[in-house]
Design a binder for this molecule. Structure first.
Ligand SMILES: [Zn+2]
Length: 267
């Protein structure tokens, strides 16, 4: 029985590696898989002008892919635990499809009161990712549960070089990962999350929401598959600024200039 379990583990690990290698090679001869952009929610305006949210039918993915450690269940009221579980089920498949070829890892939620809000880190093996959250923060900032969608996006990234961009970043090389994670949260999470309007003192390396808004603008005005290609590029090779040129034909500075000179509108 134990042997069978170990064998199953290695076969699954092999399969996941195979999927990533396959797609990276597929992208090299520019036959990247068609990824579907699915927005999991529709906001509709009812006749009495009250905005209602139509909940889609979704599978309870949390029962299959999410483990909440006992400390998490004990740290929150039951309604909050349910909200965590529902939020996971709602966004996880979409994030996996958009950012990770549909490959889903086992996710473990745990508590770390030392962190300001939440962070993602490796799990006990290649098939698992862990997300730690500050329970006190989320008890008082319940409307910020979307921060976990940001962390779940991180869990889907697995980029080739964690130090990429360090040479031209004021944020220790993390502006790309953080920008992509906030893009994931903004695009696929229902809860309200705003991206700051463009202002002349911003830089694309400002990270988080500023970078996310730039990526969104690129998707809407330059190439609707920009972010998918960018995410895939970061998975397949160590980042160089050439990646922007490869996808759009323009340097990142030229693209930022275009953004700066535009009306900056995002939809
Ligand atoms: Zn982050």
């Amino acid at each position: 029985m134990k042997k069978a379990k170990i064998l199953l583990f290695f076969l699954t690990a092999l399969l996941l590696t195979g999927v990533l290698v396959f797609f990276c090679h597929a992208s090299a001869d520019s036959s990247a898989p068609a990824l579907t952009e699915t927005i999991p929610f529709e906001v509709t305006t009812a006749e009495d002008t009250v905005v209602t949210v139509e909940k889609p039918e979704y599978e309870d993915l949390s029962s299959r892919f999410l483990t909440m450690e006992k400390v998490v269940v004990e740290a929150f009221p039951e309604s909050m635990v349910t909200a965590l579980s529902n939020n996971f089920s709602r966004v996880y498949a979409t994030l996996a499809e958009y950012f990770n070829y549909g490959v889903m890892y086992d996710i473990v939620y745990t508590i770390d009161e030392q962190t300001s809000a939440a962070y993602q880190t490796g799990g006990r093996n290649d098939l698992e990712k862990k997300i730690a959250m500050n329970a006190s923060y989320f008890r008082t900032n319940r409307n910020d549960l979307g921060a976990l969608t940001h962390e779940l996006t991180h869990a889907m990234q697995s980029y080739k070089d964690s130090k990429y961009g360090a040479a031209n970043s004021a944020n220790g090389g993390s502006w790309l990962t953080e920008g992509v994670a906030d893009f994931g949260r903004y695009t696929f999470d229902l809860s309200s999350f705003s991206l700051p309007n463009y202002s002349a003192d911003q830089k694309y390396t400002d990270s988080y929401r500023v970078t996310a808004r730039f990526f969104l603008w690129l998707n809407q005005n330059v190439d609707s598959t920009f972010l998918e290609q960018f995410n895939e590029g970061l998975k397949c090779e160590a980042y160089t600024a050439q990646l922007f040129v490869k996808i759009t034909g323009k340097t990142v500075d030229e693209l930022w200039q275009m953004y700066a000179e535009s009306d900056h509108v995002i939809r």
